[in-house]
Write a protein that binds this ligand. Structure first.
Ligand code: GLN
Length: 201
């Protein structure tokens, strides 16, 4: 792989621009992905935050769901934030009727898990894979990971409060997912970590 990877951002819905801005700041070439052809030209894929039910419906309507599944199963590195985490999960709790995902990660994710009182919140988060200082994590109607398969590495858990211990960052091989939105902050470390995965692939 060249050291200037091309990273696609799935651009059906969600905070595409924010992800592209950070990836570009880290030196990646970025492209918006809306077609199966575009999927063939990238070294890694980011699935943004947004609304997983809408993303799923649009992926179906654009005939992208199966190409996405194929590429990810074939080893395309991918990073999903929030709704993107849901899209990468093999199983979803509290999805809408018939909701499908791309899958690839052997996890069960609970949609909108933090509930009303914690609908949106910000918290300091230890994320040992990227080191110190703790991340300032932004959660917006976020999911959490309820079950991880044997090959899934837990990267971050909520530190304090009523949801302490809940899993909000995971990695399985070349797939990375966070329940929070680093793309909405100035901290580039999670995207940097993903670019390392892309470069090693
Ligand atoms: N609740 C949204 C969903 O189910 C995710 C929210 C987000 O990405 N900020 O997809």
């Amino acid at each position: 792989m060249s050291h200037r990877p091309t990273v696609g951002v799935l651009a059906l819905q969600g905070d595409v621009r924010e992800h592209r801005r950070i990836l570009a700041a880290l030196g990646a070439h970025t492209v918006a992905v809306r077609t199966a052809d575009e999927l063939e030209r990238i070294d890694g894929l980011v699935i943004p935050g947004g609304e997983s039910t809408t993303m799923w419906r649009l992926a179906r309507a654009f005939d992208l769901l199966d190409p996405l599944r194929k590429k990810i199963r074939a080893g395309l590195p991918a990073y999903g934030s929030c709704a993107g985490m849901i899209m990468l999960a093999d199983h979803v709790e509290d999805g809408v009727d018939g909701q499908e995902t791309i899958g690839g990660m052997d996890v069960t994710v609970r949609r909108n898990a933090f509930g009303r009182q914690l609908d949106s919140f910000e918290a300091a988060l230890e994320f040992p894979a990227i080191g110190q200082p703790a991340l300032h994590a932004v959660f917006i109607r976020a999911p959490w990971v309820e079950r991880v398969g044997p090959d899934v590495e837990v990267l971050a858990r909520v530190a304090a409060g009523p949801t302490a211990g809940r899993i909000v960052g995971v990695r399985a091989g070349r797939l990375l997912a966070t329940a929070f939105h680093p793309e909405l902050t100035a901290d580039t470390r999670v995207h940097g970590y993903f670019l390392e995965i892309v470069k090693e692939a």
